[in-house]
Design a protein around this ligand. Structure first.
Ligand code: PLP
Length: 383
């Protein structure tokens, strides 16, 4: 008895099919025995994906100018799967101090306890990273601009050092997305996206992607995905495929509006500093201009000093910025990172509280008016 219908399905649509399935069935005993040989691209069990995941992976690989891609259930799982694929007890891993907090926590609280030598490095170290390379250095983790504090990294300088020493590099590229920066073209081995943000685009799905060129790395990570159980659901893959249909137009609009709003905030007396490499005043501007084709929709700012109750008054005065920690979706969002978070870091550029803003698709004039009103409230609350 065959469970496989090999007849050509005459149905055609612009919408990708959602293929569900934990179990993959086989034509014959021999086929089943040889099932492992179907990996890394084929299908042997649901954990490594159905054709819906494969369609999404091909689409993301194209965007990243990469040969291969693996999708995972979240951005954090993409970061963790990449590290777990290659790092073993006794290895040394260099993690930028402004990498995403989940990756840093994983390195600090898990890898270190598993006997990995974890070292956080100053994000703006650039080619100076060479001094930190040891004989057991296996991987360098990058993110540009960094999470919350937005430091730029010279990716080309770091990958040049890494290649000289045979060290792997992985970069969290979520802020720029492959539309505005393609890490693989700059010598990075693994380009990671939290597809939760721009790719999905509507704040309704969690997903991550790992793109790469090296076929051996791809095989190893596909196996790692299976061993760690890191499969994304077919419905979620469908949602991200749908999100990608409008990625270009959403980014153009959101990121253009973010620049406009950041420029306006930069002029406000209550704003001490806007952390956003697209602004000429930002310390990372020259690197950003040289290597990136555009800016993300996310930036941070530091207000003139006041106690936390004034910051509370600022947040609570906002009508068009829901308070939430994610970003990249069609709705603007705002989040708060208290001074204690910056103080806890080894190489933070500031010890002050930070406000992080993600710009959505709302009318920028409405958002500016809302921010203006909240800044006035802040000024009154400071007195
Ligand atoms: C830069 C960056 N990388 C990774 C992640 C993690 O993504 P996820 O929430 O899908 O696990 C986030 C989430 O906030 C992020 O901002």
């Amino acid at each position: 008895m065959s469970f496989i219908d090999h007849a050509k399905n005459p149905y055609a649509s612009l919408s990708p099919a959602v293929w569900r399935g934990s179990t993959v069935v086989f034509d014959s005993f021999e086929d089943f025995v040889a099932r492992k040989s179907r990996q890394p691209d084929g299908y042997s069990y649901g954990i490594t994906g159905t054709p819906t995941a494969r369609g999404l992976e091909q689409r993301i690989a194209q965007l990243e100018n990469g040969k291969h891609c693996i999708v995972t259930p979240s951005g954090q799982s993409a970061l963790m799967t990449t590290v777990m694929g290659f790092i073993r007890t006794g290895d040394h891993i260099l993690v930028s101090d402004s990498c995403y907090g989940g990756l840093k926590a994983f390195a600090q609280y898990w890898l270190e306890k598993l006997g990995v030598d974890v070292e956080f490095y100053p994000p703006t170290i650039d080619s100076g990273i060479e001094q930190l390379i040891k004989s057991n250095t296996k991987m360098i983790c990058l993110e540009a601009p960094g999470t919350v504090t937005m430091e730029m990294q010279d990716i080309d300088a770091i990958t040049a050092v890494a290649k000289r020493h045979g060290v792997l590099t992985m970069m969290d590229n979520t802020w720029a997305s492959p539309l505005y920066f393609r890490p693989l073209d700059h010598g990075v081995d693994f380009s990671i996206e939290a597809a939760t943000k721009f790719f999905g685009g509507h704040s309704d799905v969690l997903m991550g992607s790992i793109s790469m060129n090296n076929a051996d790395h791809y095989s190893l990570l596909r196996e790692t995905q299976s061993i760690l159980g890191q499969q994304a659901s077919p419905e979620d893959c469908f949602l991200v495929l749908r999100g990608l249909e409008t990625l270009n137009v959403r980014l153009k609009e959101q990121c253009g509006n973010a620049l406009q709003i950041a420029q306006w905030l930069d002029q406000q007396p209550m704003v001490k500093q806007v952390l956003f490499p697209a602004l000429p005043s930002d310390p990372g501007h020259a690197i950003w201009r040289k290597h990136f084709q555009g800016n993300g929709c996310l930036f941070s700012m530091i207000l003139q000093p006041a106690d936390e109750s004034a910051l509370g008054a600022f947040f609570n005065a906002l009508k068009h910025f829901p308070i939430g920690a994610s970003w990249g979706g069609t709705h603007s969002l705002i989040a708060y990172y208290p001074a204690s978070q910056q103080l806890a870091r080894a190489f933070s550029p500031t010890s002050e509280p930070i406000i992080r803003i993600s710009i959505g698709l709302e009318d920028p004039a409405t958002l500016i008016e809302d921010l203006q009103n909240a800044l006035q409230t802040y000024e009154r609350a400071r007195r």
